[in-house]
Design a protein around this ligand. Structure first.
Ligand code: MG
Length: 169
């Protein structure tokens, strides 16, 4: 049997880590639905799901997932060096690198993604509320931004597609 390609391992690991950290693809699709339902009256959850899957198939998105979750996991285990350990563990508001990393995901589908990201980051619906619950002892400093960014990017992709279809009619 041929050995697995590195690109396959990257994709599989990113998807597995999301799941292991408590995020289902369906949870992210729900966020897309939350963001887009008011703009598209016949929006189906399956359309949201399909767009999330396309975002997750991008290598730069997988790289951001792996990097962010790795830092969250190490912080949770207390394995980072100070001062970074405390900064990430307590999710210090002025740190900001979690958001910068998430922007690399939002960027993939253009600038309307930033508006969606800002909105969902303020509202914190669904899975984002749980990821922000500091009482669990889990550390999701990076993951909450990454999940919001994937939802924002998938929303942008969906909006671009709907606009392109309308033009064809
Ligand atoms: Mg964060």
């Amino acid at each position: 049997m041929a050995s697995k390609k590195k690109s396959d391992i990257t994709e599989e690991t990113a998807l597995r880590w999301l799941k292991e950290r408590g995020v289902e693809i369906q949870d992210i699709a729900d966020l897309v639905y939350y963001l887009q339902q008011k703009y598209h009256k016949n929006l189906k959850i399956d359309d949201c799901l399909a767009n999330v899957e396309r975002v997750l198939s991008k290598r730069e998105v997988q790289n951001a997932i792996l990097t962010g979750i790795q830092l969250d996991m190490l912080a949770e285990k207390g394995m980072l060096e100070e001062p970074l350990q405390s900064i990430i563990k307590v999710d210090e508001s002025l740190y900001g690198v979690d958001e910068i990393l998430a922007f690399s995901i939002v960027n993939v589908y253009g600038s309307i993604g930033f508006t969606n990201y800002g909105y969902i980051d303020k509202q914190k619906p669904g899975i984002l509320k749980r990821l922000n619950d500091k009482s669990t002892g889990e550390c999701h400093t990076f993951l909450d931004d990454i999940v919001g960014a994937i939802a924002a990017a998938a929303s942008s992709r969906l909006a671009h597609r709907v606009a392109a279809e309308a033009e064809e009619e």
